[in-house]
Design a protein around this ligand. Sequence first.
Ligand code: PLP
Length: 477
Amino acid sequence: MPTPPTASALYSQILDVVGGVEPRIAEAIRSELTDQRESLKLIASENYASLPVLMAMGTWMSDKYAEGTVGHRFYAGCQNVDTVEAVAAEHARELFGAEYAYVQPHSGIDANLVAYWSILHKRIESPTLDRLGAKTVNDLSESDWEDLRHEFNAQKVMGMSLDAGGHLTHGFRHNISGKMFQQHSYGTHADTGLIDYDALRASAKEFKPLIIVAGYSAYPRRVNFALMREIADEVGATLFVDMAHFAGLVAGKVFTGEENPIPYAHIVASTTHKSLRGPRGGFVLATKEYAESVDKGCPMVLGGPLSHVMAAKALAFAEARTADFQTYAAQVATNAKALAEGLLKRGVNLVSDGTDNHLVLLDVSSFGLTGRQAESALLDSGVVTNRNSVPRDPNGAWYTSGVRIGTPALTSRGFTESDFDVVADLITEVLKNTTPTSTPKGPSKAKYVIADGVADRVKNRAGELLDANPLYPGLEL
Ligand code: PLP
């Protein structure tokens, strides 16, 4: 997306105004741009939103309360928020071919909570109210209400385990989803690193979940949603897909057929800011039968919508409907393959031996490193990644044995396959030249040394790639 010619002057003035109130904030905003420009951003969940998307968030739309839904608000004067929300939802529906879109969730976690609640409402609350002849929970007697509360608490969810690549919100003990539901997780095959659908089917039959969650944060492969739906139907579960990570690949028509969750899921939740490249936020897509339940997101788990962010979501969805976005999405996957091949040929171990989405998961244990050491050594060399567990990780979720690397952000900057081969080379150089510090108890899990000159050499080569693919070209700040 070209930078408008007036953007430099505009942002300069904005930062002067912000700095007039608190100079440290203006300085931090400037400095963040420099940091983003000068590092190889390989965090799989990050991206660079377009300037129009960023601009839409910095407006007075932020100042309006609008609890409720379009045309049905608990505050007066919401006509402009109605326009914003309706346009954003229309673009989301058209982009994904969904029957219903709810664009209020403030983040991915909020979107997932809306999804969970809508399933509980549809599957548990509504039938109970019908059975008892009640219109709302206010019409229930104290003892019926207590029974219903217990009923909510007895429900079961089945999602991918954290170390196989699932997300905290898929039933992990330290997240409310793990406390709200009885939980059972599915994992990946020990040899192939792929989802073991046969094992998943067998444990779903035994566990009988109300909800099966498909989706991931760190699984480097595509999911067969047709098969997931078949399993859900067999056990009477609702299929909830969390496409937070790969929404951009769905929007950009890289994931089609059985890899596109929309025709198969009852309900889909997502973020807008990862591969989809929008503002920080969430949204939910649903079939018509779940639409009414999804609308109960506010007041059930959300307060007033962030109207300025919904405006930016509308722009991001509109951008994602263009041919340019499809080119970007295809390149994200092509680049991930090039990165995986570049790493494999240099002797780096990858979970599942490769990728067919936007991320690769390195197992750095063959270098004698923990994920934490690898993450830090890469950061010292100007390469920003994040450590991540690998399946059955002996180092747990804090030190880990893995590093997760994604291609969306650098693809947005214009990186192609040959650039990612160089990125693979830089990563390998850092890993090969980093050693854990020895302690009296053995090698440290956190401390390390990088061989002399390596970090600077990598930074310089990374700098050449970054200069050739500038972030917000023409924006002089
Ligand atoms: N779902 C998945 C699969 C994610 O990877 C994430 C974030 O990392 C989320 C949900 C939560 O998104 P947010 O950080 O916007 O709440």
